[in-house]
Design a protein around this ligand. Sequence first.
Ligand SMILES: [Zn+2]
Length: 213
Amino acid sequence: MAQQPVFDHNEERAAEGFVDDVTGADEREKAHRERGTSRPITVVGNPVLHKECKDVTEFDDKLAQLIDDMFASQRTAEGVGLAANQIGVDLKVFVYDCLDDEGVRHVGAVCNPVLEDLPVERRVLDDSNEGCLSVPGAYAELARPDYAVVSGQDAEGNPIKVAGTGYFARCLQHETDHLYGYLYIDRLSKRDRKDALKQMAEREPRYPVVAND
Ligand SMILES: [Zn+2]
């Protein structure tokens, strides 16, 4: 009797163009944030959060520094994902440091992300709680697909694809939304949005934020 074929998850995913954002996650995240400078987080009402960001066209040292600063800021604010406009930069790039539904840590950065349309059979909605560093102190239930694929570019401009399950799928959708000018509260009912803003007003942020005028 033949052995079960060995399924190499990583190789198969690499062949499909998926980036390996799992190997060396701890070291990569640490290296980024140690090179970076933590910056204060913009909050709802700041115009930079409410419009589509510009495409990344220069994959240079300046972009690398921005990504390092984003990792440092994400760590300070104890976030699992951060979009550039959340530190006031009008560019389509987000970083993430997030666990998937199997507890595996994913660390990476995506420039010019585009969410792929899912086949209907993969569209299983998950209505877990969601929060956002730019709406500090607030949480609300929001139904989103429990699987997401984002295509874009890495910090050097190479095409990449990132796939996520569970909370990480939510993160990929949430961060891509940011770069097109949408906050998760924009996807809530009027009543839930109002409640989230009330929660925010009642709590002090646990990290530095940019005051709105
Ligand atoms: Zn957010």
